[in-house]
Design a protein around this ligand. Structure first.
Ligand SMILES: Nc1ncnc2c1ncn2[C@@H]1O[C@H](COP(=O)(O)OP(=O)(O)OP(=O)(O)O)[C@@H](O)[C@H]1O
Ligand SMILES: [Mg+2]
Length: 332
């Protein structure tokens, strides 16, 4: 399991310049090619409305990396993670000179050929899923019951793939389109794995007072096998809602970038680059939310009535297991 590292108090890391071939600079991660593998470095960059903001969140890259490593280890039986190691002592010697930067915020991973599709699972109606439903009564071609409100729980979790747009926003696609893009066997395998991970992760989160409303996975091919790549179930890739604050019909406060989005909505910004700088208060509160998500999700299950009642009602899967082991004290 991931070790608990002290989170940095130093200024945010916005860019890295390591002496290795840069394989890709994503919105959040800088990826280098090292000895035939990839070194994924999570920076402290923050994107909102798909625009990388000029202000970073100190330590965010460490929090995202630690949370991803936690989930990869916890759920490895459901999909093989791409991680080779996140222990700098096990990195190639040339990398160890950069320990100060890399420790806690990097992982050495298998290089894969990423599927050109984001594998999204939704258990609740929010974001672009809610938007599509309002317009068509469907999400990615999947018909849903009429009368659902924003943030409503869906009858069952649904797999709603999206294309990875090189620029701009991802676009929801029907599963048949995903089959055309990656082939039926691969598409079915990715869907099955995504739904299995969502089921286990959402039960885990719920036992800790958090609803996993939706989440996005990436998979890549290596030697004919599908690996679980990129990040795993972080506030950047997922909507986590505190169970206490969840009321269907309203967009709940969330652990993702709600403070940032709320602040940005007060400005006259047209959501196109360049994005505005964030005030210190928003930076601090955002960092606290990321930290809280990490602490809650890695912490013990909460032994409260709701979880116990759910288990007693025979809720299938991980939730029941969590509840029976939930004798530990509250983590907060
Ligand atoms: N094991 C891997 N093999 C190949 N590519 C990988 C692997 N792990 C991650 N990647 C790629 O590295 C990049 C990571 O950058 P980042 O997470 O910032 O991505 P992004 O696509 O720009 O943003 P977002 O995740 O918000 O869509 C992504 O393009 C991802 O597909
Ligand atoms: Mg990504």
């Amino acid at each position: 399991m991931a070790t608990i590292l002290p989170l940095p108090t130093s200024p945010p890391i916005l860019d890295t310049e390591l002496p290795f071939p840069l394989w890709r600079r994503g919105k959040v991660r800088d990826v280098y090619e090292v000895d035939g593998r990839l070194l994924v470095v999570a920076t402290d960059r923050l994107s909102a409305f798909d625009v990388v903001l000029p202000t970073g969140i100190p330590g965010k890259g460490v929090i995202l990396t630690q949370l991803s490593l936690f989930w990869f280890a916890e759920l490895a039986s459901l999909a093989t993670p791409h991680v080779v190691t996140a222990d700098v002592d096990e990195y190639p010697p040339a990398l160890r000179a950069h320990r100060e930067l890399l420790e806690g915020r990097s992982m050495l991973v298998h290089k894969t050929e990423p599927l050109p599709v984001e594998c999204v699972v939704r258990g609740y109606l929010a974001g672009s899923g809610h938007k599509d439903y309002r317009a068509t009564g469907q999400v990615c071609g999947l018909p849903l019951p009429p009368g659902l409100r924003e943030a409503d729980r869906l009858p069952e979790p649904i797999f709603t793939p999206a294309t990875k747009a090189e620029a701009g926003h991802d676009e929801n696609i029907p599963f048949t389109r995903m089959v055309e893009l990656v082939g039926r066997a691969r598409a079915e395998e990715a869907r099955e794995k995504s739904l299995a991970i969502y089921a286990r992760a959402s039960a885990h989160a719920e036992a800790r007072g958090l609803i996993l409303a939706d989440t996005k996975f990436e998979f890549g091919m290596r030697d004919g096998r599908l690996l679980w790549i990129d990040e795993a179930l972080t506030p950047d890739s997922s909507r986590f809602w505190p169970r206490d604050g969840w009321t269907p019909g309203r967009n709940p406060p969330s652990f993702d970038k709600q403070y940032v989005r709320d602040y940005l909505e007060t400005l006259q910004w047209d959501k196109r680059p360049p994005g505005p700088a964030l005030p210190a208060e928003v930076v601090m509160r955002t960092r606290e939310k990321y930290e809280e998500a990490l602490a809650r999700l890695r912490g013990p299950a909460r032994d409260d009535g709701a979880t116990a009642a759910k288990a007693a009602a025979g809720d299938r899967g991980h939730g029941a297991t969590e509840a029976t082991g939930a004798s530990s004290v509250l983590s907060e």
